[in-house]
Every structure is written in C-alpha cells, then in structure tokens.
Design a protein around this ligand. Structure first.
Ligand SMILES: [Zn+2]
Length: 298
C-alpha cells in the first residue's frame, strides 16, 4: 500500500494567500529536503487572528510576516512544536503584537520529565505563555481550537483542530508530500504510531500540515501512513533475520536510491524502529543504543 503523496503544491513566497474562508497561509522562503517548499505559516480568522507556526527567525521572513499582518490584530500565536523552521518567529511576533504564545512546552517537554535529554538542535529558547494539553480549548474572536497532543516527531508536538472548518493544523505529524522524520531521542516511534492512531479515531475533514498542501482525505491518508511504518518495521525485521546488525547496512538495503542528504534521517528512523522493537522485547542490542549500535532479533 503506497502513501498517496501529492507534491504539486506551490505558492508565491512571503505573501498571505486565501486558502479557505477562515484560513490564509504565507509560504516562507526556506525550501529544503525537510521543509519541502518552505514553512507554511497559517493565519486564522479576519481582523482578530491566530497565527500558527510563525516560522524561522529570518529577518526577510519576519519583515514579510509583519507586512502581511498589517491591519490584523494578532490575538493568539500557536506553535505545533519547537523545530527551528516552526517556532522561533513567535518571539518577534509576540514583541510586535503582545499576543500570547501557546504550545505544549519547551523543546524536549514530554521527554525531560522522564529524565531523557533531547538533542540541542531545536529551538531551545522557546517559551510558551500558555502551556496547552490534550483536549484544551483555545477560543478567539471567530475561531475555536481544540488541542490534540501528538508526540512522536517531537515529544512536545501538538496539533490544533479548528472547529468551524473541521480542519486539523497538524504541524509535521502528518505531511502530504513525505513521511515524517522520527529521530530519537526526542522523536519516538512508539509515541508516533499511537499519535497516528489517535488521529484515525477523529473526524477531521481536512489536514493542513505546516509544509506542503492540504490533505483532503485524512483518515485514509493516515491509514496509509501507518501501513507504511509497519512495512518499514517488517523490512527491518527481515534485514535482522538476514544477519544485518548495523544501521548503515540496513539503510543501504531498505532505502536504496534515497537522496544522500536524507540518509542520516533514514538512519535515525531505523534507529527509532529498533528502539521500539527493543522496548517490546523483540530485539536485543549490543554497544551503544544509537546509530553505531548492533542489533539482533531475540
Ligand atoms: Zn519538525
């Protein structure tokens, strides 16, 4: 079962574009292998607006965002997670507007409580004025959001469901153009799969990922996403059965033909599957529990 990816999305950079009655988006000029065409900043409402994932701390982007929001009163700044292409612009936006920043918590929140330190490549300065939890409601002037905690891509990843449009702003949890990076230690495959199943049980009508275009048949898309992860797990198990013990060898076999820039991420993804299998008692490890570890079936 292949995932019905759509890579046709395009939009002019740094301009606010209408995409639905209550939704506008501004595409940041930061394309790349992990950001696709760039960060899609969402602006919800008219007159009094919420901004979701304001984007990177880049002076040209900040200027464009400020210009685009002229004439609007920003009342809420919502952040799905603390990667540098999503959250850093929240601070400048807060400084101009006085709006409060909503998010699950600082980078690593959700793992820090378990004594697990996460990599420092995230937005370590992020601070939410309002720390939201699963099921929390955020009300604005003309819009209501429900918070849906979806750890996995990061432990503090949270989606925002716009009730009026049954639209889920799903950050990097589900993307229409690619699978999501699940990189330990902050990324966690067990959490990720549970967070996908959580979405299957909901009745959102459309997803707006932060990168790329919308997903208009979300439940079947998520089912395909889940099937893909299960297929990856099976590929890893058969590699282990064939005597492969090292992650780079598994990556070469499973991801033949992959863009070399994405190989390190693929290695981390394989590691995240192995850590889940280890937790389930299906795999044993030798040496460090990292990219250089050795793994075998139990
Ligand atoms: Zn991310």
């Amino acid at each position: 079962m292949s995932i019905p990816f759509d890579r046709n999305f395009d939009a002019p950079y740094e301009q606010l574009i209408d995409v639905a009655p209550r939704i506008r988006r501004l595409l940041t000029n930061n394309p790349g292998p992990f950001t696709f065409k760039g960060t899609g900043v969402a602006v919800i409402g008219r007159g009094h607006v919420a901004v979701i994932d304001p984007g990177p701390d880049d002076p040209l982007h900040l200027d464009a965002l400020r210009e685009a929001l002229k004439g609007e009163t920003v009342t809420h700044i919502l952040v799905t997670h603390t990667h540098r292409d999503h959250s850093p612009a929240a601070r400048a936006l807060k400084a101009w507007t006085g709006a409060r920043i909503y998010g699950f918590g600082p980078h690593g929140a959700g793992k820090a409580e378990q004594g697990i330190a996460v990599e420092e490549s995230g937005d370590m300065e992020f601070a939410a004025d309002v720390r939201v939890r699963d099921g929390d409601i955020i009300e604005g002037n003309g819009f209501v959001f429900e918070c849906v905690h979806t750890p996995g891509h990061t432990s503090n990843h949270i989606c925002y469901a716009l009730k009026e449009e049954k639209a889920l702003f799903c950050g990097d949890h589900v993307m229409g153009w690619s699978t999501t990076v699940v990189a330990p230690p902050d990324g966690d495959m067990g959490d990720y799969l549970a967070s996908l199943r959580k979405l299957l049980a909901r009745d959102d009508r459309i997803y707006w990922p932060t990168h790329g275009g919308p997903i208009r048949d979300p439940q079947s898309f998520v089912a395909a996403y889940l099937a893909h992860r299960l297929e990856r797990e099976n590929q890893i198990i058969s590699a282990l059965k064939d005597g492969l013990t090292a992650i780079p060898a598994m990556v070469d076999r499973i991801y033949a033909g992959l863009d070399p820039r994405l190989k390190p991420a693929a290695g981390l993804s394989v590691l995240s599957h192995l850590l889940l299998l280890l937790k389930q008692g299906r795999v044993a490890a030798e040496g460090e529990l990292g990219l250089r570890g050795r793994f075998r079936l139990v």
